[in-house]
Structure formats: structure tokens, C-alpha cells
Design a protein. Structure first.
Length: 126
């Protein structure tokens, strides 16, 4: 009787473990960083993404450089941010506020594409 009870309890525990989806972690951008810890959940910037592989965040706000064009921390991406980006674009190097959106060490045409998309949306991140 004890053996049957132990078997029944073991089978139930095994069934619960399989149905709990243990280990299932949401990673929307497939960059290797779970959304709960990702500072750019819609733009790849984790170890599987290449460029911004370390969740780089030059200005220290809630969003990583790959998805943050709000350089003046106003919570909107506007003309003031465009001025900052344009200055960095002309020199080719970031001023330290995250203008290098693909984390290749230079502010260039590739970064302009990212900036323009964020400028049109008007908000930084995610």
C-alpha cells in the first residue's frame, strides 16, 4: 500500500512539474536577456545580439542605448534630442549620452536610422 501511495504522489508531482512551465522565460527580442531584466525589451541588446551586447546604458536611465534617444531625460524624444544627436553625428563620436545606438563606438548613418525611428515614436524604449 505504501509503495502504491508513493508512486501516486510521485506521478502527481511529476505531472505538476511538467505543467508548471518551469523555465519558460519571456524574451521578446530574443537577445538572451529575459524581458524582466532587459532594458530594451523590443530591441535586441543582449549577449545574442552582437552590438550592444552588455545592456549598455550610457546615461544611466531605465532604457538601454539601443532603444533610448531621450538624451535630455525629458521622457520624450524631441527636437532637443535631435540637436544632441546631430552634434554627435557631425563629430562621429558619442558625447556620452547614448547616441551610439548600435554600440560600435561611432555615431554614423546606422545610428541615424535607429534615432529616426525613435524620433518618430516620440518616446524612449522599451
Amino acid at each position: 500500500m505504501k509503495l502504491k501511495l508513493i508512486m501516486l504522489v510521485s506521478l502527481c508531482a511529476f505531472g505538476f512539474a511538467l505543467s508548471a512551465n518551469a523555465g519558460t522565460v519571456l524574451d521578446t527580442d530574443s537577445d538572451g536577456v529575459p524581458d524582466a531584466f532587459d532594458n530594451c525589451s523590443a530591441v535586441a541588446n543582449g549577449p545574442l545580439s552582437g552590438g550592444c551586447s552588455a545592456q549598455q546604458n550610457a546615461d544611466g536611465d531605465a532604457f538601454g542605448d539601443a532603444c533610448d534617444a531621450d538624451y535630455d531625460q525629458s521622457s520624450t524624444v524631441n527636437v532637443l534630442d535631435f540637436g544632441t544627436f546631430f552634434t554627435s553625428f557631425l563629430t562621429g563620436s558619442p558625447e556620452g549620452g547614448g547616441e551610439d545606438h548600435n554600440c560600435d563606438g561611432a555615431v554614423n548613418v546606422l545610428d541615424f536610422g535607429s534615432f529616426f525611428t525613435m524620433f518618430l515614436s516620440g518616446v524612449p524604449g522599451p
